[in-house]
Design a protein around this ligand. Structure first.
Ligand code: NZQ
Ligand code: ZN
Length: 386
């Protein structure tokens, strides 16, 4: 167990009928609100109306910034920054999934400085005092609703970079599982894969040999992600399943799992970001194509972690420890197949010839994320196994 500081300042309002609280929670920070949203699903299911009604009722003046797309683009974030500045917005409210919340974080950070927001992502500038952010989450996946991270794609350089800073935590996030009833089966599955990936990144890269508290917490999150996703795929309006999946995805990347693990990595995301940057693959779908290949690669260096994972998550009890480790990876891959999430680059229509270009794209992020052990050759070897 390593030393750690755990401080997550985001207030969570969880459950049925919590969306109307967004108005008061937001104007606590100012009445001129930039409302950031996606490309239309929330207009169709009435959630956008609920949020804007609540903001107006609380006395907010709303400036709209719609049109955030999945894998949000720097060019659109820049437009939002311009708008927030020109209109002197005092607070930003994001209603949507991880893409909307992440672009909103970039706007909060970029609106208060006189240099380009991309400088945060390349480590050239650090965050000053971002505008406050409140969110209404409508898709269980990224954990952005309760963390300090944001991921933006630079549409000029085709780079999808992630950046985190403790001043980027949302002030308040509203998690109403009913807001996710309209998330289709494929995006529900991709969200569960993303949550599982967030857990596995830390579970398999911690160097600390004795982290029993975190291990069982993480193993439980993986089991809950699978079980709740199965429930929802059986009935998209299953409130219990949607609630369990939502809270699991939030806990999977809000700092709690990593507390005490010491130095951890994010290698699967390092590689997936390149798939999304180059091919606009949905983040979770890119991850399910990479996770099995990365696990088979990593298993060669730390087999005992994989044997423990196989036993505790998939109840693999027979055979040698190497065989059990492999069975655990096969079982997770089999579950991805069952939920129709792609399990190979081929399933994403990405050919083997593209591997060098993907690896080169990932190398740029490996430098910014200071992951020297991920050189081009190693990334190509992992991709060849996907
Ligand atoms: O834009 P609309 O029309 O609303 O459609 C959205 C979007 O196209 C739709 N959607 C959202 N809520 C819905 C809904 N459709 C029906 N009903 C609802 N209630 O779903 C589509 C995908 O939404 P998106 O926000 O892109 O998905 P997700 O929440 O998985 O976010 C993915 C983004 O999160 C980033 C990823 O890189 C990716 O850009 N991540 C952010 C992280 C963070 N901040 O810590 C970490 C993660 O690893 C991840 O990288
Ligand atoms: Zn992710």
């Amino acid at each position: 167990m390593q030393n750690f500081v755990f401080h997550n300042p985001t207030k969570i309002l969880f459950g049925k009928g919590t969306i109307p609280a967004i108005g008061p929670e937001t104007i606590a920070f100012g009445s001129k609100v930039l409302l950031v949203s996606g490309s239309g699903s929330l207009k169709r299911n009435g959630i956008y109306q609920q949020v804007s009604d609540s903001l107006l009722k609380a006395g907010a003046e709303i400036i709209e910034h719609p049109g955030v797309q999945s894998n949000p683009l720097l060019s659109h974030a820049r437009e939002g920054i311009e708008l927030a500045r020109k209109q002197k917005c005092q607070v930003v409210c994001a209603v949507g999934g991880g893409s909307v919340i992440d672009e909103a974080k970039a706007i909060c950070a970029g609106a208060v400085v006189n240099y380009d927001v991309w400088k945060f992502f390349t480590g050239k500038k650090s965050i000053t005092a971002p505008l406050p952010l409140t969110t209404v989450l409508t898709l269980a996946a990224s954990g952005s609703e309760m963390n300090s991270g944001m991921v933006i794609t630079n549409d000029e350089t085709r780079q999808k970079f992630g950046f985190a800073n403790k001043k980027l935590y949302p002030k308040t996030s509203i998690l109403d599982p009913e807001a996710t009833f309209t998330v289709p089966a494929d995006y529900t599955a991709y969200g569960a894969v993303d949550a599982i990936a967030h857990v596995l990144e830390f579970y398999f890269t911690t160097q600390d040999p004795a982290t029993p508290v975190q291990d069982r917490f993480m193993e439980g999150l993986v089991i809950n992600a699978m079980e709740s996703c199965n429930r929802v795929l059986a009935d998209l309006n299953d409130y219990q399943g949607r609630a369990d999946l939502m809270w699991t995805a939030t806990l999977a990347l809000n700092g709690l799992t990593a507390a005490g693990l010491g130095k951890v990595g994010f290698p699967m995301h390092l590689i997936e970001h390149s798939l999304s940057a180059l091919y606009d693959v949905h983040h979770g779908a890119g991850l399910s194509a990479i996770i099995p290949g990365w696990m088979r690669h990593q298993c060669q260096s730390t087999p005992q972690r994989f044997t423990q994972f196989a036993g505790r998550v998939f109840d693999c009890r027979s055979g040698s420890s190497e065989e059990r480790a492999r069975k655990g990876i096969d079982a997770l891959e089999e579950w991805f197949r069952k939920i129709d999430s792609p399990i190979s680059l081929a399933a994403l229509n990405i050919s083997r010839e593209a591997i060098p270009q993907i690896a080169e794209n990932a190398m740029a992020l490996a430098k910014v994320w200071r992951m020297p052990d991920y050189d081009g050759e190693r990334i190509q070897a992992i991709l060849a196994g996907c």
